[in-house]
Design a protein around this ligand. Sequence first.
Ligand code: ADP
Ligand code: ZN
Length: 215
Amino acid sequence: MRIILLGAPGAGKGTQADSIKAKYPVAHISTGDMLRFHVKQETELGKNAKAYMDAGKLVPDDVIIAMMEHRLQEEDAKEGFMLDGFPRTIAQAEALDAMLSKLQLKLDAVVNLMIDDDTVVGRLTSRRVCRQCGEIYNTVLKPSSKEGVCDKCGGEVVQRDDDKEEVIRKRLSVFHEQTAPLIDYYSNQGLLVAVDATGGKDAVLKILEQKKANA
Ligand code: ADP
Ligand code: ZN
């Protein structure tokens, strides 16, 4: 299975990916996670990317495309993958098409996780994350048992710098301007599958299974 999870920040791409992974053990490739890893390790790439990320802007296409060219050639990606947070611009989508045709691979589906902006703002301002293991919490829906402390690893649970309301609004406008055009792009390729992002954590998995059953 090779799919792309498309959707606004806060649509829940990561959550849907976890649910799909439990059923189909394919590589979950999140450019956001990869970038945060680089930032944490203070690599050259990370130092470069951090200012863009903190401002809610996109990291330049050439940086992302080079990173993904490497990632897609790793062993685990051969069995299939879920792309989470990539592509985010038409230039990235075109580069991905070129990478896939070189590797002689085809996409099965592009999932459009639909959600409105106000729901996103509500969701993301209440999101918290473990600094150590990456576990996601929510101050309303899923608080850690002890405030500020991860249930899984005891690490510090914090708000991501880019989950502050101002930055979220900026990320949403970037999404509408630069990423939303991908909906038409993949719709024209006959790959788009629309899913209501408020339909629960297995929403995408359910639709993929239906699609498979009907194929
Ligand atoms: P979300 O989907 O919640 O916005 P991500 O974790 O996917 O967050 O991404 C966090 C940040 O990393 C983005 O705001 C952006 O700065 C950067 N980023 C992630 N993926 C890409 C990408 N494909 N192209 C450019 N920037 C990216
Ligand atoms: Zn943790």
